[in-house]
Design a binder for this molecule. Sequence first.
Ligand code: ZN
Length: 458
Amino acid sequence: MNARIPLALGAARAAAALGRRLGRGGGTALPGLLAERIAPDAASALARPLAGGAVLVTGTNGKTTTARLLAGMLTAAGRPVVHNREGSNLTRGIVSALAAAADWRGRPRDARAIALMETDEAALPAAVRALRPRAAAFTNLFRDQLDRYGEVETVAARWREALALLPPDATLALNADDPAVAELALDWRGPVHWHSLAGARAGTGDPGPADARWCRACGAAYRYAARYAAHLGDWRCDGCGRARPVPDTAALAVERAPDGLRLDVSGLGETLLPLRGLYNAGNALAAVALARVLGLPPDAIRAGLAAARPAFGRGETVEFGGRRLRLLLCKNPAGATEALRLLAEDGAAEVAFLLNDRFADGRDVSWIWDAGFERLAGNVRRCRAGGDRAADAALRLRYAGWPAPASVTRSPAAFLDAVAAAPARDGPVDVLVTYTALLDLRAELSRRGAVAGAAVSG
Ligand SMILES: [Zn+2]
């Protein structure tokens, strides 16, 4: 073991303790950042002794929910897990999680554990190199914050770079419904486990703009027998005959239930997933696919699905001032469009859009014009705009045909004051919110005693 590891772990532990004292959910990255500065190979040194090996989850949307679902399945199967959490998708977050699960010398507290890591596109090659995963899931590929990750093609190139670094016997869990993800199989000779929403009825209304349009193998345009969302669906290329692969794990039916989704998954039977939105059915399938690759028994897979809870900002609800706030993180056009579709299904009456443009949100906010806010025109009774770019948010809502915002506020405190000024009988408020705006809102809610502040960190 590298002699610098104990020193790196000491720094990580001190930073984690400080983060906890300051009550920062974002304290998840700093310990790893420090540890990596001191011992650049900390990730591989800490992951190597784990007998369960490593699993990576990547993709534009759904990483957090997919990884959490799989963590629940592993726990139900009695398998110890080391899991990085929200906001720590770069290698420093991976190191933070591994450091927290190791003793001071860098030996794992439970050597049977499996490392389950969600990874941003940008950090994927480094994570693959450090962890040498036995399985990797690719959920989907959408256009994300452009200035941070570049165009879809750049991300796809990064993915191919990561594939070349994977152990040749690693299994890819791929979303068959996303042609951009399916293209990875063109470069991969190892095993693949495909999953698909094949049995889901195509989404109601406009599935939104498609991000993958042309076949990489031949350049022809993709054609769809059904589209679930954006470019996800039953696709084929007339140019070269490539088409959606036959799934190993498929949803035979997806139905809305009062408190979530009822899924019928091939080989698993009917299961209740207590999460809303078709995109969460896709996340569940990705988790089931990985669980099968890892050999988990069906009972544990079902138990993990049934125990699902919304992740931070993925539909969690918070009581505030007698009203219920539902927090829906949106980071890119596809994610925002899916959140808006969920609100359209649920009949949202009061909706707020909090838009920041800090580094973690993407500095370029032009993506909001590609998100389908029009979907809710005529349904929203009252709306609010907020965040550092509140004026841009307000303008977007006006162009989408929403009513004039009842409040346009930059600070989360002013936003909550405006919400609290309305009577409790006005009912719930759905809050679409970018990443750093969500962190700020969470902190302000916590200050006002509306949420238990500890729920986020990890
Ligand atoms: Zn083709």
